[in-house]
Design a protein around this ligand. Structure first.
Ligand SMILES: [Zn+2]
Ligand SMILES: [Zn+2]
Length: 431
């Protein structure tokens, strides 16, 4: 993934390289003129590009417009290559055209900043206490609540991973609980990476499925989740998020509402807490005596917008995965609710578990600085949160619309076009 800083360096190198090669090439070379013109064009629009995330009066071209120019220049080079006869010029134009298209596709603005955590805060073990363990299934974690060797129906599975992870979950459950079946499968929410093998395991274990009522439409075949927001930046996971499934599953026959008193079946230690924002009925789980928190996607510990960070989690405290978060005001309030618990152990659905004193400090930092650390630069769902837009201009200066998305143009005009300064009350007066 190419950051805006690296992209600026590539622009400078390309412009200089093309201008020098055009000046040094033989006058008989037919593409000498076009090469110089492309180099000069890159120099001009690069000087007018706002690479950072702050608006700049002298730089009216924003990164997403810059990427479109880059893609157009790549296509023009490839078209020109078909017309020239000189093999050297043809190879140069083809090579540069392919490079431009790749650079346009792979460039991404930075995602939400998050909070760095010291290495010591990352828990090496996946057993995090007598009644808490988790299993990483690809890009997502599932969590086991209940003591090892717990009797039948005295433990819980939290979330059900990606499709194809049934074998791994089943084996981990057997290793920890033997032949005992769970009292229920709890869902933090119903996104596709949390319900992949839900139907299969619930049927196998004949277990009920518990979720917040606001999440039920997505679990009873009634409603698809709203579209993802690939424009949030941060990497390829975000860019490609419009491809990910958002259709509902249907587990109506097993689905129950979480008990209104906060209790959970099969455990006296754990309770659920509403943490909406990422999705309407998102919940987290809290064990007060162990000060342990299972936060689902309300906060995560890797930059889930990036494929690299999703596959090789690096232990950085982040707000919810930005490409699928629908209500940023509620998401910020949920992070503050979790920080107020001052957990000593944190397991999230993405990234390694964190523990110790540094965890609480990092969570406080994320909660109090949510506008600068938790939010993406741009999201269609920030539009509905005007109090946030008023606090931080970068959200209004726009990020890139997803190059690959069919809605790129719509997002550009709906989300990222206004260059004005919206005047809304500061967030502390709104809450
Ligand atoms: Zn999610
Ligand atoms: Zn998730």
């Amino acid at each position: 993934m190419i950051s805006p800083g690296l992209h600026a360096v590539l622009d400078a190198v390309s412009a200089t390289g093309l201008i020098i090669s055009s000046a040094a090439a033989s006058p008989r070379l037919a593409v000498r003129g076009p090469l110089g013109a492309i180099g000069a064009g890159i120099a001009v629009y690069s000087l007018g590009t706002q690479y950072g995330d702050r608006p700049h009066a002298a730089r009216p071209i924003r990164m997403h417009e810059h990427r479109l120019l880059y893609a157009a220049q790549g296509a023009a080079c490839l078209a020109l290559a078909r017309k020239v006869k000189d093999p050297w010029a043809q190879a140069l134009l083809r090579g540069y055209g392919a490079f431009s298209l790749a650079a346009a596709a792979l460039s991404s603005p930075p995602g939400p900043a998050g909070v760095e955590v010291p290495m010591g805060a990352v828990a090496a073990d996946r057993q995090l206490g007598p009644d808490l363990a988790y299993l990483r299934c690809g890009i997502v974690n599932v969590v086991f609540l209940g003591a090892a060797g717990a009797p039948d129906r005295r433990w819980l599975l939290v979330d059900a991973g990606l499709a194809g992870s049934a074998g791994a979950i089943r084996a981990a459950a057997r290793a920890r609980f033997g032949a005992s079946r769970p009292a229920a499968i709890l869902l933090t929410h119903g996104h596709f990476d949390h319900v992949g093998v839900l139907e299969l395991l619930a049927r196998e274990w004949d277990a009920p499925v518990y979720a917040h009522p606001n999440e039920h439409p997505y679990l009873t075949g009634q409603r698809s989740y709203p579209p993802a927001a690939p424009e949030v930046g941060g990497g390829t996971m975000a860019e490609l998020s419009w491809l990910f499934p958002r259709k509902p599953i249907d587990v109506s026959d097993r689905l129950r509402s979480l008990p209104a008193d906060g209790s959970l079946p099969g455990t006296d230690q754990w309770r659920w807490i509403a943490t909406p924002g990422h999705s309407p009925g998102h919940v987290s789980l809290w064990n007060d005596s162990a000060r342990a928190l299972v936060a689902g996607d309300a906060v995560v510990t890797t930059q889930q917008e990036s494929v690299l960070a999703a596959l090789f989690p690096q232990g950085k405290l982040q707000g919810p995965p930005a490409e699928f978060t629908l209500d940023w005001k509620a998401a910020g309030a949920s992070v503050r609710r979790l920080a107020a618990l001052a957990p000593e152990v944190l397991v999230t659905s993405h990234g390694p578990a964190l523990h110790g004193a540094a965890l609480s400090g990092a969570l406080q930092e994320l909660a109090s600085g949510f506008v600068s650390r938790g939010l993406p630069n741009c999201s269609r769902y920030l539009r509905d949160t005007p109090w946030l837009l008023g606090t931080n201009l970068k959200h209004w200066s726009g990020g890139p619309p997803p190059l690959f998305s069919k809605s790129a143009v719509a997002v550009h005009f709906r989300c990222c076009t206004s260059r004005g300064t919206p005047t809304y009350p500061a967030p502390d007066r709104q809450q």
